[in-house]
Design a binder for this molecule. Sequence first.
Ligand code: TRP
Length: 339
Amino acid sequence: MEDRKIVVSGIRATGGLHLGNYFGAVKNWVDLQAQYDCYFFVADWHALTTDYGDPSALVGNSLEVVADCIAAGLDPERSVIFLQSFVPAHAELYLLFSMFTPLGWLERVPTYKEQIRQIGNKDLATFGFLGYPVLQAADILIYRGDMVPVGEDQASHLELSREIARRFNSYYGKTLPEPQALFTPAAKVPGLDGRKMSKSYGNTINIADSPDEIRRKCTSMFTDPQRVRRDDPGHPETCNLYEFHRLLSPPELQERVARECRLAQIGCVEDKALIADQIIAFLEPMRQRREEVMRDPGALLEMLRQGSARANERAELTMQKVRAAMKLDYERFVESKAT
Ligand code: TRP
């Protein structure tokens, strides 16, 4: 349909989806499909900014993410679902943006320094990693996206996309709309260690995890540091573990656990078992759907090819406008001379 707003969002392909991705992004995407023209993609090139040293898992990871997204409710009939690297125009726009994006803007992005600090085992002092948000701006602006559903952690990247659109428009004339961020509530899911759940921290629970694996992982969860012994009263309001009840448990269970935890009637070990039950029950239908999808990787790839072809149509339209605005239109030049 013509005048529906365009929603664009991507997810990094660093492994199968985990609960943090689901609650931070994908759940919201699923709901947005009803109202908007949605372009959802796996940012496989973005994964390379950190995993360039060993890209051997990239393709497998990307397909897994897609399977997980479909298991979670993304629908290729309603949304354009594709791979970033299947639409090379993202790279072309990224290159053009790189010409006028000041280094200072990139060095100031808070995630830049933070990630370099947090991810100690990889050399991130690279051109590609510094350019991460420029590629993200290209991902969004190439579809002339109106709205970008993301977690709060992406706020600075979104702001940079808007700044790049403004700078483009001020140099070359109004071409690219400024995208709005659509922040997802409850975006922060804690990981097993209490930090934000993230593949790079190795603290995730994945959609693909078996019930046994989930139980094992829950046993290792970080809990209330002020509750040293079993008979110390707990603090559900600040406990990492309790966050999972907030996300997944029915209200009665939430209340009971909070009450019994404060009174030291339930211990962390028991509580971890309760959490594991909730997570397992919640993920079971997705895990089954995912297995079905993964049984036919050829069909999955074909679906991505079709989605990427649709994405490419809109991307090409934008690139024509961009090349014309930047006076990179050779056809027009030649025509103007041929009289
Ligand atoms: N940087 C985003 C993340 O880590 C992923 C991403 C890449 C993205 N390109 C995007 C999100 C474009 C929204 C729009 O979650």
